[in-house]
Ligand binder design. Structure first.
Ligand SMILES: Cc1cc2nc3c(=O)[nH]c(=O)nc-3n(C[C@H](O)[C@H](O)[C@H](O)COP(=O)(O)OP(=O)(O)OC[C@H]3O[C@@H](n4cnc5c(N)ncnc54)[C@H](O)[C@@H]3O)c2cc1C
Length: 373
């Protein structure tokens, strides 16, 4: 069976590595090197990091180890939260190129080859200004948030948020803690963050429905906790799309995987873990794409649903609400909460509701968690 994978990011390479025994694979990649320019904070859970060891020497990409997060309100109040596992800060350029090298051992990889049209299972490619077409038994769209495979084949599209991030001088509260900055002043529908690489260098960014640049400047210039810890040097600027909302990712002999399918945690924007799970399940069930979809949904749809309900809070909470929740969070035991599985946080909800004395905040939380939209 001959399979085309469009895109050599982690979704494309991990999928090829999981399909190697079942198909003859050709990967088409538009760029000269995937993973560059970087569009990622590089934060993944310890479990995800360990699972990636099956595919490459992921420890080579490790920059820092993280044990938890500070949840910070717009007024600067914060709670320290440490879940079930820690996380790792990795360098995506290194991870993506190691995965590409491994994929190259089992697949025909065609770099600088952009897919521009697809009809049925014939795809059209432009490479070095030459156009050609080729037929495949199945097409896998691993071509990111702006997926051409999805557009050409008429898949629905997720909502697109945007991320902008500086690699910059920044004095972390603690080197092994990420910082999350909530509030509508710093993002439309999401949050800002700092991911430390060392004591004084971090990836400082904002994910937002719109205008991440404007919110990032405001975070850096005005946030009571951030502005005084920012240094002068910016070493790198990265930005990219973040698709929020898993869509139906199987149609006929075509399947979408990774950002192309909205396989991103709706409450953090992290995509690596959910696409890794998808690549493994696709490998397990291929060529039965319906079974793949069914299994992925039965194992993960609850996580997407709970994740989206958490994200709804970012649209409706105000500064006072965050101040209250940060105080409550200090009293809650998060030790069983897993960053990749938001459903593990649900057991804390009754206690949180009990501690919320403010009726308006309680009703916002009911709206986010229990009302269908
Ligand atoms: C600012 C920001 C911060 C983030 N931080 C994190 C984080 O900390 N942790 C985390 O887990 N996730 C994070 N993410 C999300 C993560 O980067 C993505 O989920 C992940 O890169 C998705 O991988 P992918 O392979 O699906 O897509 P991509 O990495 O986008 O790869 C798609 C590939 O397809 C190629 N392509 C596109 N169109 C074509 C075409 N027509 N023909 C051929 N090739 C094509 C592209 O060149 C690209 O190489 C972040 C994203 C952003 C924007």
């Amino acid at each position: 069976m001959k399979v085309a994978i469009v895109g050599a990011g982690p979704a494309g390479t991990l999928t090829s590595l999981n399909l190697s025994e079942k198909a003859e694979i050709v990967i088409f990649e538009a760029k000269q090197s995937p993973g560059f320019p970087v569009k990622c904070g590089g934060l993944i859970s310890e479990d995800c990091f360990k699972e990636l060891k099956k595919y490459c020497k992921v420890e080579r990409s490790l920059i820092n180890k993280i044990r938890g997060a500070f949840f910070i309100s717009p007024s600067g109040k914060y709670a320290e939260v440490a879940g079930k596992t820690g996380s790792a800060v990795i360098e995506r350029k290194i991870l993506d190129s190691m995965l590409l090298k491994e994929a190259g051992k089992i697949a025909d990889i065609r770099m600088k080859s952009r897919v521009f049209e697809i009809s049925e299972n014939t795809i059209k490619i432009v490479s070095q200004k030459e156009k050609y077409s080729e037929a495949f038994d199945a097409v896998i769209g691993a071509d990111g948030a702006e997926s051409i495979v999805a557009k050409e084949l008429g898949f629905e599209r997720p909502e697109i948020f945007s991320g902008k991030q500086y690699l910059m001088e920044f004095e972390a509260i603690q080197k092994d803690m990420v910082e999350l900055y909530f509030g509508k002043r710093y993002s439309d529908g999401f949050f800002g963050y700092a991911i430390p690489l060392s004591e004084d260098v971090a990836r400082v960014g904002v994910v937002s429905r719109e205008n991440p640049s404007q919110y990032l400047e405001r975070l850096i210039d005005e946030h009571p906790s951030v502005s005084e810890r920012i240094g002068r040097s910016v070493f790198e600027v990265n930005s990219g799309a973040i698709p929020i909302g898993l869509i139906n990712f199987v149609m006929g002999n075509a399947v979408l995987i990774g950002d192309a399918a909205g396989m991103v945690k709706p409450y953090t924007g992290g995509g690596i873990y959910y696409l890794l799970k998808a690549a493994e399940m696709l490998g397990e069930f291929f060529p039965d794409l319906r079974k793949f979809r069914q299994t992925y949904m039965s194992r993960l749809s609850r996580e997407y649903t709970v994740g989206e309900r958490i994200r709804r809070l970012y649209d409706i909470l105000d500064t006072k609400d965050y101040d209250t929740l940060v105080e409550i969070a200090r009293e809650i035991d998060f030790s069983e909460v897993h960053m990749d599985r938001p459903s593990t946080a649900l057991s804390a909800l009754p206690k949180i509701f009990k501690m919320v004395k403010n009726v308006s905040l309680a009703s916002k939380m009911v709206r986010a968690f229990f009302q269908f939209q």
